[in-house]
Design a protein around this ligand. Sequence first.
Ligand code: SAM
Length: 336
Amino acid sequence: MPLTDKFGRPITDLRISITDRCNYKCVYCRTGNEGALYGDLPFDDYLRMARVLVGMGVTKIRLTGGEPLLRNGVVNFVRNLAQLRTPNNGHRGRDEYPLDIALTTNGHLLADLAQPLKDAGLTRVTVSMDAVDPDRFARITRVPNGYDHVLAGIRAARRAGLWPLKVNCVLMRGFNEDQIIPFGMFAREEGVTVRFIEFMPLEEGRTWSPTTVVTLDEILERMAEYRPLVEIPHARSETARRYRFDDGVGEIGIIAPVSHPFCGHCSRIRITSDGKIRTCLFSVWDHDLHAQMQRGASDEELEDFIHGVIQKKEERHHIGEPDFVPASRTMVHIGG
Ligand code: SAM
């Protein structure tokens, strides 16, 4: 049977954070401190968790962090994940097909790793980039000279055939809302899909307020001043609304969890770098899968544990509502 939560949502999408260290200190994410709070696990432990979950119906795994490319051995880990086969429709052993393995990275170390990752079995990559102007980029990431590395990483990923190639930009008022049109031009020139993400209250500095969010409507309005957009139909489980420019050149997406929540179609769970399952970005607790492994649980016992956890998946987030309770971890320590 496919893994389904109590609201009937199939759980097919797993995100694994392989470290909560990051070499960038983006203003909308981190306070500027150096550290990892929770540490990470040996790759074999993540591999076992992935194998069990794939056997239960997960068809897509995204590696994230912190910054996942900081972790030595990531290429080998992808190679091992690529050996896992997903059973079709829950019928184990029949019509197996390969996993979709994706990566979210800030791109700083991607130029040298794109081809080895592709050769190891990575399917596609999403690069986070919050400005197309190098000085603004440095101000947001708080790292000098990162822009050239990231651009080289994006181009290397394209050459390696890591496709579709997406560039994610978190918009935060006062920092980069003037980058909307330049990113539209960037999408057309570089042949990548640029996706704007609404800023969510998951930052270490607790600076979020509704007024800091640049909303989907505002992004569309601004981009239309540059060129008309045409909406592309998208799958219900897709987080992004998709648009192409009227002349067919260039695609953008908008991920709008604040102004247009998509919790009703959420198919995701996350494993943190220290081996906890999180059923929602905004969960106020996590579920210690790694502790189960440490106490010697069999694969069947892990499946039972996971089934129980999935039934606790939250119906929706409560961003902006009076009863909103901040998540128990910030984004860098969850894995976005
Ligand atoms: N280091 C990698 C990267 O930069 O893509 C992976 C981890 S990062 C936490 C994953 C994604 O979360 C990035 O696209 C980042 O921009 C986004 N992100 C971080 N904090 C966010 C926030 N408060 N609201 C919305 N997106 C956020």
